[in-house]
Design a protein around this ligand. Structure first.
Ligand SMILES: [Zn+2]
Length: 235
């Protein structure tokens, strides 16, 4: 058993890797992801605006109720028969009225402020809603473009996968298993050369001397403790 076959296998598999990367880094993939995020962001923003609108609305309701209560108190005082009141009582009512009127003015301003806030939110909601519509439309367009590109590439990819299957037939199952395990961790190439005097050809980390010693035994392969790739020694 030697590692020649698995290196051949890897060469073919790297073509698949290249195809996957071309697809992943394509303009349509980038734009698809961009507009997917933009759509999501718009909907998050809309949710926030809805919450703000609800709380402003609640504020308006509360202040209108308080305003009505103040007005009720004012009309209570207005209906008192002042002819029976002495000066002290008249003074008390005058002060009460003044306080209530001040409070009514405050509430009036507060209601106006909250109403303005509501209409501002409404304008922002409309804008964001339009934006969400545009983003989701672009997302659909680029998703379709991406899917077409994927279909195009899948012809080539399927041919490569068939080649890989054929190569697997007379390959060492131990090496193949190792290969697939590292590949599943999204590390490719899986088999990387040992770089003299002491580095992993995948991640460039320095390898401990006991591992380097073991590279001289058997198949001449060792797992890199840092990146998990399989280091092989050509010599
Ligand atoms: Zn490594």
């Amino acid at each position: 058993m030697s590692i020649e076959k698995i290196l051949e296998y890897q060469e073919v598999d790297m073509k698949l890797f290249k195809l996957e990367n071309e697809l992943k880094s394509s303009e349509s993939a980038k734009k698809m992801i961009f507009f997917q995020n933009a759509t999501k962001q718009s909907f998050d923003t809309l949710t926030r605006y809805n919450e703000s609108a609800e709380s402003a609305m609640e504020n308006v309701r509360k202040n209108i109720a308080a305003f009505e209560e103040v007005n009720r108190q004012i009309s209570d005082i207005a209906s008192v028969d002042m002819s029976d009141c002495d000066e002290k009582q008249l003074d008390y009512y005058a002060k009460q009225l003044e306080k209530l009127e001040q409070r009514a003015d405050e509430l009036d301003r507060e209601i106006a402020r909250a109403n303005k806030e509501l209409s501002d939110i409404n304008i922002k909601q409309k804008k964001e809603y339009e934006q969400a519509g545009k983003s989701s439309k672009s997302y659909r367009v680029y998703t379709e473009e991406f899917n077409n590109l994927k279909k195009e590439k899948s012809v080539e990819a399927n041919a490569i996968m068939k080649d890989l299957k054929d190569l697997e037939k007379d390959m060492s199952s131990i090496l193949l298993e190792k290969y697939k395990k590292v590949k599943a961790n999204k590390k490719r190439p899986v088999f990387v050369p040992f770089i003299k005097p002491s580095s992993c050809g995948g991640c460039g980390m320095e390898i401990a001397s006991d591992i380097i010693d073991k590279l001289g035994e058997g198949l001449g392969i060792q797992e890199c403790p840092n990146c998990g790739r399989i280091i092989y020694n050509k010599d």
